[in-house]
Design a binder for this molecule. Structure first.
Ligand code: G3P
Ligand code: MG
Length: 236
């Protein structure tokens, strides 16, 4: 009997950020229209609300200046995040996606885990989202470790930029669902070690076909890409 093809997941990185301004509702809408099964976005916490933006400073993607977490929410919402888009709230992203794709929320700032868990539980309990449709991830493993005590069923992804001495052991210790590794530091042994520990292995950020082929050959389980069309066959 033929082996069933392994599922290979495409995360639209910061939405379809190769096409529309990153981390905006426009980029997320674009990713959905392209058929992306997963969307990755970054969040900081401001006045108890999770706002969707990658950089800790506003200059890189918005019309604002200074640090995101030093501003009021009202001020942040007046800024242009590209093509006249506002910096979205995480709940606006969940409302827009409406279970048409999974969402990987990358926790960027301190104090993001608790509000993210609260929001995810709200959407699971009240709005028919499934635990399988959400991953909370972070480079900040201390922040990430706050998730499981609040709700052990929420899936977590342990981000890393580098090759840890004991490969995926750090992620197993965090009881993570997945390792999210940098492309430059991904190798076959690292992937195999993750699989042996029962973890998925996702690679960021893969924007070229030759890199995609290399990562697939290493048996990774998916990639984060600014160009979902690289992975998803075009709709005819
Ligand atoms: O979550 C994958 C990737 O987004 C991590 O790096 O800097 O793009 O948030 P960064
Ligand atoms: Mg990210």
């Amino acid at each position: 009997m033929e082996k069933p093809e392994r599922e290979f997941i495409c995360f639209a990185h910061r939405g379809a950020s190769g096409h529309e301004p990153e981390n905006t509702l426009l980029a997320i809408e674009k990713a959905l229209s392209m058929g992306a099964p997963w969307i990755e976005i970054d969040v900081f916490c401001v006045e108890g609300e999770l706002v969707v933006i990658h950089d800790e400073r506003l200059e890189y993607t918005t019309s604002g200046r200074g640090y995101v977490t030093e501003k009021t929410l009202a001020h942040l919402r007046t800024l242009d995040a590209g093509k006249g888009q506002r910096i979205p709230l995480l709940r606006e992203v969940f409302d827009l996606v409406e279970r048409r794709a999974g969402i990987n929320v990358e926790l960027k700032g301190v104090g993001t885990a608790a509000p993210a868990v609260k929001l995810v539980r709200d959407y699971i309990i009240n709005r028919r989202w499934q635990y399988e449709q959400v991953i909370l991830s972070s480079f900040d493993h201390r922040e990430l470790s706050r998730v499981k005590p609040l709700d052990p069923a929420i899936r977590t992804g342990a981000l890393i930029l580098g090759v840890p001495r004991h490969y995926a052991r750090f992620a197993e210790e965090l009881e993570a669902f997945s390792v999210h590794a940098g492309l430059a530091f991904t190798n076959r042994e690292f992937v195999e070690d993750a699989h042996r520990r029962g973890l998925k292995f996702f690679v960021y950020t893969v924007n070229f076909p030759d890199d995609l082929a290399r990562v697939r050959a290493m048996r990774a389980d998916g990639v984060f890409t600014n160009f979902p069309e690289l992975v998803i066959p075009r709709k005819s």
